[in-house]
Design a protein around this ligand. Structure first.
Ligand SMILES: NC(=O)c1ccc[n+]([C@@H]2O[C@H](COP(=O)([O-])OP(=O)(O)OC[C@H]3O[C@@H](n4cnc5c(N)ncnc54)[C@H](O)[C@@H]3O)[C@@H](O)[C@H]2O)c1
Length: 358
């Protein structure tokens, strides 16, 4: 049994990871500021004796220094996510994506020097490839970003800095780190509030409202069920040869966004129409989308045995089922309060878990 710290553990991926870790018999401490996540995401394990939720900022070095003591593994997932957040709050994006990463790596490295082994998983993203024109992206391919005046690139650039930081701590300080680049992870509990495509489309289909597709709809994406993403992360952290490595984590079956909208209408059996809109209707005039995003998975598949087990149809079914259950229980997905200092948490949400503001 290990003691594991999950930053961003009340978020979409973090809450699924936390549940799996508890199920495997580990003790888990979650630190989350409830900015885009919510303690409600951990409601199924709220009474678990091995879970502690700390409502706080993963960028607060004093807090992290206290929490890291006795920790064996850290999964660092806390970040500013979602295209809307990145476009509308660039300062928050840059600070949130860099400061917590440094606080965690520094604290973990200090613990290692004191003789307690800590291993860190860093959640990175396919956005680090930027607009690289290759059809498939391998881990050693170039990062190709637009200018700093275009806010959308700040997410990929800051995650790339996180990777440099993690690899620097590995190379220069001997800290064991594993970097995983997620490619569009989807599933229950992902909110539509920050522009994520599948929950937005499924919500619209369930309402019978129009499903919005930006651009010509021919841009493609590959989607990975969150359960498959968690399985890959867990196996990578148990695999000694993964240490110091960077891994794409995704599914390489791609679909156009227009095709995805049609599939959602079909699976939800909805009367929704598909509405094509210009990017400028929602994004700044200079917004650039990435036409294709397909991971090369050979490095991942040479390193671990886990393979994606869920189809896109299953993902859409699971998301629709979860949204229906949520709306029946009256807890419909709402945009969360966006807290710049990372301290605020809705009282009602905090009260639903044994939250500990250490
Ligand atoms: N979902 C995807 O498709 C995807 C793709 C690429 C990368 N990622 C990465 O995976 C990680 C998890 O993403 P997610 O989709 O679960 O998003 P999410 O928004 O649901 O999770 C992020 C969590 O971090 C918390 N958080 C944010 N800033 C914090 C801070 N300063 N201190 C403490 N907690 C903080 C939020 O409240 C939230 O619970 C992120 O690092 C993200 O960049 C996700």
């Amino acid at each position: 049994m290990r003691h594991i710290l999950v930053t961003g553990g009340a978020g979409f991926i973090g809450s699924h990871l936390t549940q799996q870790l508890l199920q495997a018999g580990h003790r888990v401490t979650v630190v989350d500021n409830a900015s885009t996540g919510s303690p409600r995401n951990l409601a199924d394990v709220a009474d678990h004796p091995q879970l502690e939720l700390v409502v706080g900022d993963a960028g607060d070095p004093d807090l992290i220094d206290r929490l890291i003591v006795g920790i064996d593994h850290v999964y660092h997932l806390a970040a500013a996510v979602g295209v809307r957040t990145v476009i509308h709050d660039p300062l928050h994006t840059v600070v949130t994506n860099i400061m917590p990463t440094h606080a965690i790596l520094q604290a973990a490295s200090r613990e290692n020097r004191r003789g307690h082994d800590v291993k860190v998983y860093l959640a990175s993203t396919s956005e680090v490839y930027g607009k690289n024109a290759s059809h498939e992206w391998g881990e050693d391919d170039d990062m190709v970003f637009g200018p700093t005046s275009r806010r959308r690139w700040s997410y990929g650039v800051t995650k790339a800095i996180d990777e440099f930081l993690a690899l620097g701590y590995f190379q220069q300080r001997g800290l064991p780190v594993v970097v995983g680049r997620f490619f569009n992870v989807v599933g229950p509990r992902q909110t539509s509030a920050h522009g994520m495509v599948i929950p937005s489309m499924v919500e619209a289909a369930l309402r019978g409202g129009p499903i919005v597709v930006h651009g010509n709809g021919q841009q493609t994406r590959c989607f990975l069920h969150v359960a498959d993403a968690v399985a890959a992360m867990l196996e990578l952290m148990d695999e000694p040869t993964a240490v110091g490595g960077v891994f794409n984590i995704g599914n390489n079956q791609s679909i156009t966004i227009r095709g995805l909208a049609e599939m959602v209408v079909d699976i939800v059996n909805s009367a929704s129409t598909i509405e094509m809109r210009e990017y400028v209707d929602e994004f700044p005039a200079d917004f650039e989308d990435v036409p294709h995003r397909v991971p090369r998975l050979d490095r991942l598949h040479r390193t671990i045995k886990a393979r994606p087990r869920h189809t896109l149809e299953t993902v859409i079914h699971d998301v629709a089922k979860a949204l229906q259950a949520e709306s029946m229980s009256g807890a419909a997905t709402k945009p969360r309060q966006h807290s710049r200092n990372g301290a605020a948490v809705p009282r009602s949400a905090a009260a639903s878990l044994k939250a500990n503001s250490r």
